[in-house]
Design a protein around this ligand. Structure first.
Ligand code: C2E
Ligand code: MG
Ligand code: MG
Ligand code: MG
Length: 284
């Protein structure tokens, strides 16, 4: 109960605050309902081999089909999901959907198709993280070797020993580990040879800033060269133009992802694209 005290500025401020927290409460209530009513959708964005345009993987990206507000993106609800610990339940639904969709595609001719899933630091830091993830993998009979988890450098920075143990367990089961948004965190490079990392994802900010001869290009060049030296796979994110693609190819960046090839789309759309790629390699 904030008492209005003559000063308009003060009163205005307190009203703004209460609107924000009301919005927040609404969103939290809506998100709980969304989980009950299955309003979350998994979209998939192709990860493409830059030399032959083949789809090598799909990154699962969560969307929320809100009954009144339409299609919402992760930035609209993921921070709240993390704060309220609803992220565990949210992720469970995303993983179930993704294992089901991609598992089906893997069994129907796309045996090498990789599924990349994003995990929040709160999930990875949970003591039962490995157990919980592998239970879901097994429940869907999803081939562990086709799964890649994407984590950020910030996860690693928090507790290298703990994370190292968990990643080793997962890697031993065949799960691949990718570092998302590589180069934007605050961690040192020290972990790269101490952890079982398979893939570096060049952050889209570096790809955006890339013009031949300029700083952005030097950074991407250095990351790709380092990945080659460490025998890591590399995926460039946020590739939007033909020029970016051509330049990345010239650096030896073998995998790309971005609007140039297509945004994340619902499973039904991806299924059509995958069928076309099968048809094009199957003799008539
Ligand atoms: P991210 O994993 O780095 O994913 C890349 C983001 O860039 C996605 O945004 C994607 O739609 C967008 N993107 C892809 N290609 C392009 C492009 O060419 N240009 C531009 N401008 N953007 C492009 P989105 O789907 O909004 O996801 C944002 C972030 O939310 C993701 O970043 C990821 O960190 C997180 N996220 C998404 N789904 C999940 C999930 O299921 N669980 C968790 N824990 N995090 C998720
Ligand atoms: Mg990602
Ligand atoms: Mg990223
Ligand atoms: Mg990101």
């Amino acid at each position: 109960h904030v008492k209005a005290r003559g000063k308009d500025g003060y009163r205005f401020y307190s009203e703004t605050m209460s609107i924000d927290s009301a919005n927040r409460l609404n969103l939290e209530r809506d998100l709980r309902l969304a989980l009950e009513r299955n309003e979350l959708r998994v979209f998939y964005q192709p990860q493409v081999c830059s030399s032959d345009n083949r789809i090598v993987g799909l990154e699962a990206l969560v969307r929320w089909q809100h009954p009144e507000r339409g299609l919402l993106f992760p930035r609209d609800f993921l921070p709240l999901a993390e704060e309220t610990r609803l992220i565990g339940q949210l992720s469970e639904q995303v993983l179930d959907q993704a294992f089901q969709d991609v598992g089906h595609w893997i069994r129907s001719g796309h045996g090498d198709l990789r599924l990349a899933v994003n995990l929040s630091p709160v999930q990875v830091e949970h003591p039962k993280f490995v157990e919980t993830l592998m239970q879901r993998v097994q429940a869907h009979n999803f081939p562990a070797g086709n799964l890649e988890i994407e984590i950020t450098e910030n996860v690693i920075m928090n507790d290298l020993d703990q994370i190292s143990q968990k990643l080793r367990e997962l890697a031993a089961l065949g799960v691949r580990i990718a570092i998302d948004d590589f180069g934007t965190g605050y961690s040192s490079l020290n972990y790269l040879h101490r952890l079982p990392i398979h893939t570096l994802k060049v952050d889209q900010s570096f790809v955006k800033g890339m013009r031949s001869g300029e700083d952005g290009a030097c950074i991407v060049n250095a990351i790709v060269a380092m990945a080659h030296g460490l025998k890591l796979e590399i995926v460039a994110e946020g590739v939007e133009t033909d020029q970016q693609l051509t330049y990345l190819r010239s650096l030896g960046c073998h995998q790309v992802q971005g609007f140039f090839y297509g945004p994340a789309e619902p499973a039904a759309r991806i299924a059509v694209t995958l069928e076309q790629t099968l048809a094009s390699v199957t003799p008539a």
